[in-house]
Write a protein that binds this ligand. Structure first.
Ligand code: ADP
Ligand code: MG
Length: 327
């Protein structure tokens, strides 16, 4: 049984302009201790996916499909059961620490609160555990009485790591943990997360638009475009030999590839392009790309791509279901 198995997940929001399918037909698996990067441009649906796993989305949301965590369907959990799972089984580092942290409580109080609520610890015991956790993220426990505004961006991100891992969850979802940090701090945070998830043997879902960090930190990667997964595979292989034209365009933004941005604009979620969603921006498009919605094809074990260019790929004999089942 996989730690996490997402099956045909569609997440839509009801909006005044019509339904927005921010995630569509997602299949994804994560085994115990495994690290997976979810990459793609801003606005493609990455945060929606991370929050969907913990059902942390606004009320206008509708889910289809299944999210299995240790074989249990999270979408069928009552809210009370879900609340017990958050933090304890699945930890999350939200995208923006200054919004996630409460400005009127000290760092120590916010960390201690977790142990008091989830583990029923007394004040002293909770403070002791909070201090230990701060030490793990290389912050002196003597700074526990300070408030979020007294911490630098890098330190706040460390606090987020501590909060995310405080209860030793089996899975940590880290949403853009290095956003807005200078290169040196970014590297430190990336290393720290990697060190701690390895130590705790937690699985990591790293949501990022930062390709360098994804490349450094993860074993597997999945590429999202306009709410769909368009390619997945081992991070090393995906980066050295990207198959999907979107992945190829995305990786051209890496410094070693010339820092080129993906040409064109991200599509609308209210009325996405017909056929392949990437076709209006694709340098290799054929006529059929605007008409046929490509299926996810398994090129070889663990390597998948959603693109009509690979339709006649020699190894392709498998149906979409088989490909999805192996994700
Ligand atoms: N609560 C919501 N209501 C309506 N639309 C939403 C909501 N949350 C996200 N979206 C839309 O879903 C799409 C994906 O957003 P998001 O998941 O934040 O992308 P990313 O994290 O990749 O930048 C965007 O078009 C965004 O406007
Ligand atoms: Mg986001």
């Amino acid at each position: 049984m996989s730690l996490l198995s997402v099956e045909n997940l569609t997440v839509s929001f009801k909006t005044r302009k019509g339904p927005v399918k921010a995630n569509e037909g997602i299949y994804l698996k994560l085994e115990q201790g495994e690290t997976l990067a979810l990459i793609g441009e801003t606005g493609c649906g990455k945060t929606t996916f991370g929050k969907a796993l913990l059902r942390l989305l606004s009320k206008n949301v509708k889910f289809e499909g299944r999210i299995f965590f240790r074989g249990q369907d999270l979408l069928s959990f009552p809210e009370k059961k879900m609340r017990r799972l958050r933090g304890k089984e699945i930890g999350i580092m939200l995208q923006n620490p200054s919004l996630a942290l409460n400005p009127v409580f000290s760092i120590g109080e916010q960390l201690s609160e977790i142990y008091r609520c989830h583990e029923g610890c007394e004040k002293k015991e909770a403070e002791k555990k909070a201090g230990k956790m701060l030490e793990l993220v290389e912050i002196a426990p003597s700074r526990m009485a300070e408030y979020p505004h007294q911490f630098s961006g890098g330190m706040l991100q460390r606090v987020m790591v501590a909060l995310g891992l405080a209860l030793h969850p089996a899975l940590l979802i880290a949403d853009e943990p290095t956003k807005g940090l200078d290169p040196q701090t970014k590297e430190q945070i990336a290393r720290l997360i990697f060190k701690l998830v390895s130590k705790e043997t937690s699985a990591l879902l790293l949501i990022t638009h930062d390709l360098e960090v994804a490349k450094q930190l993860t074993e597997r990667a999945a590429v999202m475009y306009a709410g769909e997964i368009v390619e997945s595979g081992k991070t090393k292989e995906l980066f050295s030999n990207p198959k999907h034209p979107y992945t190829q365009a995305l990786l051209a933004a890496l410094p070693e590839n010339g820092l080129r941005a993906v040409p064109g604009q991200s599509p609308s979620f209210v009325s996405p392009p017909s056929g392949c969603r990437f076709h209006p921006r694709c340098a290799f498009r054929k006529k059929s790309c605007s008409q046929i919605r490509p299926k996810m094809l398994e090129l070889e074990t663990g390597r998948k791509v959603r693109c009509l260019l690979y339709e006649n790929y020699e190894n392709f004999e498998k149906t979409e279901e088989k490909a999805n089942a192996a994700t």
